[in-house]
Design a protein around this ligand. Sequence first.
Ligand SMILES: [Fe+2]
Ligand SMILES: [Fe+2]
Length: 287
Amino acid sequence: MSVVPADFETATVRFGSPQHKRLLAQFFIDTHREYDPERIDWPALSAEELHRLTGLPFWQEAVATENVTSNTVTAAAALESDPQLQRAIALQGFEEQRHARLLAALTAHYRIPIEFPAPYAPRDLEDDFLFAGFGECFDSFFAFGLFALARDSGFFPAALVEVFEPVMEEEVRHILFFVNWIKVRRAELPWWRRPAFRLRCGWIILKQVASRAQTARSLGGGARESSENFTLTAHQDIGPPVTLHGLLETCLRENDRRMGQYDARLVRPRLVPAIARALYRLLPARL
Ligand SMILES: [Fe+2]
Ligand SMILES: [Fe+2]
């Protein structure tokens, strides 16, 4: 017996409907890729390439972020009563743990000194998942552009850049899953609890925007933000100089390209691309 409902192939789905839930879980599970970070054949680097890699300022922050995200997402599977969505979130947790393993393997191989924090223990399953998810919507958007700049600049060997391509693709799937899951979650609440849920999401987004705005200001003042929001400052380290305008253009293009590969019936992350598009239009090209 087919698990696909008769109306599954329709052009649109109602967000939060059983069809939307099935489509969401199925998209995520079907696009999961197998790879083993412990078996990666790390490319040999020249002294200069190694110096560039070890000099990147964000390894410690990347390890800390993956520690929080991986433990948050893994725990968040318990939020779901739908078995397939629960499986999809658990798989996402596995992928985040694999990012942490990949970072551990890379920093060990190239001898980048890192302190590994104690495993993060989520305080509130839903709040932490929402915070991590909205944070990923910001960070991944910029990571897509930074990755393209690193890939195209030739600052790092193509073989090393390629190791991170699956990570980029997983982040696309994570934020695509997250924004659709928000729709499902809200639709399942009784109507009188939905406004509070919206407000809570809005508050968390505001906290994330404020944190990024602070970084953008410090960029404008020439100061370097060494720990938080490293995706906003990393363009200074991964290739030849690029303007903020150029970075935004690359991020928007890459976001569209990567999102375009997935089922058009799923809702796309809209807020961060909309902010980036507005900034792109407002900023002069020389900035
Ligand atoms: Fe990750
Ligand atoms: Fe992720």
